[in-house]
Design a protein. Structure first.
Length: 174
């Protein structure tokens, strides 16, 4: 089944949103790196790559369903943050916004009775649960440590990364 015109347009917008999320994470990673917080920087570099993968997944879906790929302009990310907590809070806000965007795509797919699109979008629905939960958890840890004790957050993030390296499923993804 061919993708509808309006769902095609909405998926193209989401390609832009995912690339936008990706460059926002690059900007956050750069802020952390400049603060000497290399573990946090590494974690957000990984996130940035994941968001790019999400964009490419959407592009592939359009190609597979006879859609038209038209990548929109990507707005500039925010580059300055007053604190580490502020940067992580922005990341959490962004993940919540993406969840709403994915839900809006799903509503179109349901209205279109486009079962292929619903099946495809289910992956993103599940992914957003993880993305929001992980960022919410990181924000709690950052707040609990406080800006003076970010060295503990670095150790925490490093521990998560090494657990992830042991095997997926053993710990919540970075
Ligand atoms: Fe994403
Ligand atoms: Fe994400």
């Amino acid at each position: 089944m061919m993708i509808s015109e309006r769902l095609n347009d909405a998926v193209n917008s989401q390609v832009g949103n995912e690339f936008g999320a990706s460059i926002q994470y690059v900007a956050i990673a750069a802020f952390f790196a400049a603060e000497g917080l290399n573990q946090l920087a590494g974690r957000f570099d990984v996130q940035a790559n994941e968001e790019r993968d999400h964009a490419l997944k959407l592009v592939k879906y359009l190609l597979d369903t006879g859609g038209r790929v038209a990548i929109p302009a990507i707005p500039a990310p925010r580059n300055e943050f007053g604190s580490v907590a502020e940067a992580v809070a922005l990341a959490l806000e962004q993940e919540r916004a993406v969840t709403a965007q994915i839900n809006a795509l799903m509503i179109l797919a349901v209205e279109d009775r486009d079962f292929a699109a619903q099946n495809f979008l289910n992956w993103f629905v599940a992914e957003q649960i993880e993305e929001v939960a992980n960022m919410d958890n990181l924000l709690k840890v950052v707040k609990r440590a406080g800006e003076q004790n970010l060295v503990y957050v670095e150790a925490y993030v490093a521990g998560q990364a090494s657990q992830v390296a042991r095997g997926p499923g053993e710990v919540e993804g970075a």
